[in-house]
Design a protein around this ligand. Structure first.
Ligand SMILES: NC(=O)c1ccc[n+]([C@@H]2O[C@H](COP(=O)([O-])OP(=O)(O)OC[C@H]3O[C@@H](n4cnc5c(N)ncnc54)[C@H](O)[C@@H]3O)[C@@H](O)[C@H]2O)c1
Ligand SMILES: O=P(O)(O)OC[C@H](O)CO
Length: 346
């Protein structure tokens, strides 16, 4: 922390990853008066962003202020920063963290904003970062927040999870402003599970849209989707309240409904007949649900939790099952009670 402006603590912050989310958060942090560096693994991305001062393909029309500094040097981006935000796609988080380790001092705050679960280990992203950089103080930021809207300064709310209240409150004031409201929570695991699992359900919502199904279908997928996410999340140790909050139902709603959602769009294209690979190529940005789907199904088996929508998404993605057949399968399962805990009054 170096200076004070409008009563807010100023910080040296880096964002690791120059995709749409990393760029939108860099803009937000710069607007809050912080000193912001953005790292990309690609020299070419650094050069283009530094010169054009606009992310033409991902956040068109949003000007990047000259104060934001771009670099491909990880040491320069990490060493001595008050806070480092990790915004690379989930499959690159472990490797990027491994490379960062040498430059992270004990207690340095790292905030993961990516959403995913590692397929082989079934670890969340903060767990992977903690394994690679045990000396760091790792937090997470998640919730209904599309980069396209945050980049334009549209009102948005998110939740930050941290190990201590001190870190949570510090990060809350770092990110928060009049269009970006931040809630805090100790439930890091619940926040990460909500953020990762909703992407798998959003693929199903997109498929339904692509097949021409209606609002009833969407509402069913959102409602039964959060039932699956909460059942698994609570069994794994997440708090039920988290799944009813911004990082749970909030993020599920926006991802299933928004025109900006990469997961919904990929699902839509599959519902229109494209293969998974064709859909991912057409979206051009990371479709995290595809990477988390197998892990989600494996977690269901490990924790003996029934996840029918997630299982059908896996069959459509990886076993060539037709979306129509998957919907039939879901609709024609044996009839069930909605609340298993409620007894009948005979
Ligand atoms: N875009 C959003 O609205 C949004 C919002 C919330 C969370 N997220 C999450 O943030 C993460 C990033 O999403 P995004 O939309 O910015 O993705 P994106 O596809 O826009 O970003 C890709 C960026 O990641 C970096 N990258 C690519 N390959 C890499 C590698 N091998 N090593 C290191 N860095 C590499 C590059 O800077 C690239 O520009 C995802 O987990 C996503 O779920 C995205
Ligand atoms: O565009 P999506 O589907 O990757 O979703 C982005 C964010 O997770 C929305 O909060």
């Amino acid at each position: 922390m170096t200076d004070k402006k409008k009563g807010q603590a100023m910080a040296n912050v880096s964002v690791i990853g120059a995709g749409s989310w990393g760029t939108a958060l860099a803009l937000l942090l710069c607007k809050n008066g912080h000193d912001v560096t953005v790292w990309s693994y690609k020299e070419e991305e650094v050069r283009t962003l530094s010169e054009k001062r606009e992310h033409v393909s991902k956040l068109p029309g949003v000007k990047i202020p000259n104060e934001i500094f771009f670099t491909a040097d990880l040491k320069e981006a990490v060493e001595g920063k008050d806070v480092v935000v990790l915004a690379v796609p989930s499959i690159h988080v472990r490797n990027t963290a491994k490379k960062m380790n040498a430059y992270v001092k004990g207690g340095q705050i790292l905030v993961d904003v990516a959403k995913g679960i590692e397929e082989d280990t079934l670890m969340t992203l903060s767990q992977q970062i903690e394994e690679e950089i045990p000396q760091a103080d790792v937090a997470v930021l998640s919730g209904p927040s599309h980069a396209e809207e945050v980049g334009r300064g549209l009102p948005t709310t998110v939740c930050i999870g941290a190990h201590t209240e001190t870190t949570a409150k510090y990060l809350q004031q770092l990110f928060m402003n009049e269009v970006f409201r931040v809630y805090i929570s100790p439930d890091i695991l619940g926040i990460e599970l909500g953020g990762s699992l909703k992407n798998v359900i959003a693929l199903a919502a997109g498929v339904a849209d692509g097949m021409g199904y209606g609002d009833n279908t969407k509402a069913a997928l959102i409602t039964r989707g959060i039932a699956e996410i909460s059942r698994l999340g609570v069994k794994m140790g997440g708090a039920a309240e988290t799944f009813g909050g911004l990082a749970g139902i909030g993020d599920l709603i926006v991802t299933c409904a928004s025109v900006h959602s990469r997961n919904r769009k990929a699902g839509y294209l599959m519902g229109q007949g494209r293969t998974m690979q064709e859909a991912m190529d057409e979206v051009k940005m990371v479709v995290e649900g595809v990477y988390s789907a197998k892990a989600a199904a494996k977690l269901g088996k490990k924790y003996q939790v029934s996840l029918p929508i997630i299982e059908e998404v896996n069959k459509v993605l990886f076993e060539d099952k037709s979306p129509k057949e998957a919907v039939n399968e879901l609709m024609l399962r044996v009839g069930k009670a909605e609340h298993m805990a409620l007894p009948w009054e005979e």
